[in-house]
Design a protein around this ligand. Structure first.
Ligand code: BDR
Ligand code: CA
Length: 329
């Protein structure tokens, strides 16, 4: 039987490195009635953290979400030097669309302080959604360990059970700050890993991106222009919605097929630093006898996604009424 509590929006905090696909995630989160977006924290990743803050404010303004607090966080990884992904996201980290900047200022608080405050003040435990290197989250858990009890679960974009992207072994967000990821994955909190095994599966066609770009709704238009940029960069006919798939999976968890496994982060390795070692050994006897010992909690690893339904959820939410030619149902 459903009750009011069942249908109330899920309180969510996004941690982002906006980022073309982080922008799509922000648009979906702000437009979805199923999500109560409490705050957004920014971290260096796809671009430097100041650029990430500018991009994030611009996206939230475009979506009309002018009251969602945004804070600047870590400007580099815990150990590794500053790096970015301009080869994917453009010089400004968000497709170089030449959009006017937001006139809004970020919070005076550091991201770690905004995260703490938002978690403490939330009326119920919050779903924390890191879409970026997890530097801010690791700093939060180490600085204010008591706020862990205010986190319902962590659903993060990062890692891969199979191949990487930043390196052959490692996915970008984990590769960027492996120590931070290790802190989060040993926190004992319930964690879902939305990694490269599903990340590229939810795509939008170039024709749909063109229709979105022609929309009079500023949020739908921005989504279309961002997707079109990625289609053009890749020289294909469609592009992934990337981090927005994570938000779709928070809205509708049954989109994902997950398997519970121990996951460890490779912190050494000449070629494998930042790899997520998903322990898929079939015999539990080998797993418990492993000399490394067991991590405090298994991770729900996403190994499959209903990509058609996830795409429809994205389009129906960001651009209601837009026909989806990719929809064969
Ligand atoms: C991840 O890396 C970033 O470039 C994207 O925004 C996404 O979060 C994919 O590896
Ligand atoms: Ca990202």
């Amino acid at each position: 039987m459903s009750s009011r509590a069942d249908v109330s929006p899920t309180p969510v905090i996004l941690d982002v490195d906006t980022g073309v696909d982080d922008a799509l995630a922000l648009l979906l989160a702000t437009r979805s009635p199923a999500i109560d977006l409490l705050a957004v924290s920014c971290v260096a990743g796809n671009a430097n953290v100041d650029q990430v803050v500018r991009n994030t404010l611009l996206v939230l303004d475009t979506a009309g979400a002018v009251d969602v607090p945004v804070a600047r966080g870590a400007d580099r990884a815990l150990l590794d030097p500053l790096r970015d992904a301009r080869h994917v996201h453009g010089e400004d980290g968000m497709a170089d669309l030449g959009l006017p900047p937001s006139t809004r200022q970020p919070s005076d608080l550091h991201a770690v302080e905004l995260l703490r405050t938002a978690l403490e003040q939330a009326s119920r435990p919050v779903t924390l959604v890191p879409l970026a290197p997890m530097t801010n989250i690791a700093l939060l858990l180490r600085t204010y360990p008591h706020v862990a009890q205010r986190i319902e679960r962590i659903v993060f974009m990062g890692g891969a059970a199979a191949v990487g992207n930043a390196t052959a072994a490692a996915e970008f967000n984990i590769w960027h700050d492996p120590e931070a990821a290790a802190i989060v994955l040993t926190s004992g909190l319930p964690v879902t890993m939305y990694g490269l095994d599903v990340f590229y599966d939810v795509t939008v066609d170039a024709t749909v991106a063109a229709a979105l770009s022609a929309s009079e709704d500023p949020a739908a238009k921005l989504a279309g222009r961002l997707i079109a940029h990625q289609v053009q960069r890749l020289g294909g006919t469609a592009a992934t919605i990337g981090d927005a798939g994570v938000v779709a999976a928070v809205i509708a968890p049954d989109l994902l097929t997950t398997v519970s496994h121990p996951v460890r982060i490779e912190l050494a390795g000449t070629w494998t630093r930042g790899q997520t070692i998903v322990d898929r050994r079939a015999w539990v006897g080998d797993v418990v006898a492993d000399p490394h010992g067991l991590p405090p909690a298994d991770v729900d690893v996403a190994l499959g996604i209903d990509s058609d339904r996830a795409r429809r959820l994205f389009l129906d939410t960001v651009a209601p009424g837009l026909p989806d030619p990719g929809d064969s149902t």
